[in-house]
Ligand binder design. Structure first.
Ligand SMILES: C[S@@+](CC[C@H](N)C(=O)[O-])C[C@H]1O[C@@H](n2cnc3c(N)ncnc32)[C@H](O)[C@@H]1O
Length: 355
């Protein structure tokens, strides 16, 4: 049975064994390597309960303040009764990590996370590396909208192996690459792009997931595409992993463009839409699929995006809202970690609809 109070944890004055301390520290982890929102039963006030994240053991539910005090007491204790210096170091290290996790994502080190992506005939798993967050590099973390979109992609029926032709897809602002890699894992030829500062980690994730993508008959290319220069995209060999080698200029256009969580500055709607206009092929069955979180501060950006998309001759074919976790945050925040996202699928307006 899981302890429910900090007093149920091994107390230092009893000189607990190293094993007991390490087991306890493992139990206190508050950062699951992946998350999945599963709607729980409704509460009396009509809000939805955040249920356990699928496939993950639950972190012990103990009063958070007591846990922080407990962890600090381990970090500041000399643990002299534990003979092995290396084991003592490991205990201090684990206690420090648990403290960092409780200070939120920005205080955490790097992470490897696993995401299960549904497909037409089952599911597959992607492994995503997230470096420790530095400064404003939001693309080093995987955001709720991208996981929701990654799980939704198979529903659009974009891959039709029976028709022979492969879907050609461009992702803008890929970040850690979850959406583009999911699309490739569904069997498409995908180009994932982002800013130079995000590229190395994006290429790393592309390389890690290349075997499952290949197994599922997709392909991945990665490159730098900055929306401030919307017509220029340079691809680099993913196995090199940096932008120092000679790149190849991308010249083709794409019948499908994807983007998730790309609007968080007043400049973004116009820049993103200009970039979409530059790369979306002219065919009437071209599609743009996006998913953005409704963040209070950036609702005008979503409205502007909608306006700009219609100005380049696109219209919404389908749209909806769904909820996901923007971050695991701090366990005590509960529903605050939930974010509502808007997804939409856009296609070209018929010429007569344009007038
Ligand atoms: C909030 S993150 C979302 C990342 C990823 N799509 C996800 O949802 O997990 C926004 C992404 O847009 C990228 N971005 C911002 N400005 C950009 C620009 N001018 N050109 C290309 N990418 C840009 C960032 O580098 C970052 O990866």
């Amino acid at each position: 049975m899981s302890p429910s109070s900090v007093l149920d944890l091994p107390q230092l004055y009893t000189k607990p064994s190293a094993r007991a301390l390490l087991d306890t520290l493992a139990l206190l982890t508050s950062a699951p390597p992946s998350w999945d929102y599963k709607a729980g039963p409704d509460t009396k006030d009509g809000t939805s309960v955040v249920a356990l994240r699928e496939g993950e053991p639950s972190a012990a539910q103990i009063d958070p303040e007591g846990v922080a005090r407990y962890l600090t007491s381990i970090v500041s204790n000399n643990l002299k009764w534990i003979q092995d210096e290396e084991v003592r170091e490991e205990i201090w290290n684990q206690a420090s990590l648990r403290l960092s996790e409780r200070s939120g994502r920005t205080a955490m080190g790097d992470l490897n996370r696993r995401f299960t992506i549904p497909s037409r005939d089952g599911s597959f798993e992607l492994k995503i590396h997230e470096p420790a967050l530095t400064g404003d590099d939001l693309g080093l973390k995987t955001w709720a909208a991208s996981y929701l979109l990654a799980k939704r992609l198979h529903l659009f029926d974009l891959i039709r192996p029976e028709q022979g032709a492969k879907a050609k897809v461009l992702e803008l602002g890929s970040g850690t690459g979850l959406v583009g890699l999911a699309m490739a894992g569904l069997g498409a030829d995908v180009v994932l792009t982002d800013l130079p500062s995000i590229y190395t980690n994006l290429a790393r994730n592309a390389k890690t997931n290349a075997p499952i993508v290949e197994e599922n008959r997709g392909t991945i290319r990665t490159g730098v595409l900055d929306w401030t220069s919307p017509h220029s995209c340079t691809l680099f060999p993913a196995d090199v992993g940096d932008t120092n080698s000679d790149g190849e200029t991308l010249s083709e256009k794409f019948p499908l463009v994807l983007a998730a969580d790309s609007l968080y500055s007043p400049d973004h709607p116009e820049m993103l839409v200009n970039t979409i206009a530059a790369w979306l092929s002219e065919d009437m069955d071209s599609r743009v699929i996006v998913e953005f979180p409704y963040r209070a501060a950036y609702l005008p950006e979503i409205a502007e995006f909608r306006k700009q998309m219609t100005m380049i001759g696109l219209q919404i074919l389908d749209e909806g809202e769904e909820k996901g976790f923007d971050d695991w945050g701090d366990a005590s925040k509960g529903e605050d970690a939930l974010v509502t996202c808007w997804w939409s699928c856009w296609g070209r307006k018929l010429p007569e609809q344009d007038s």
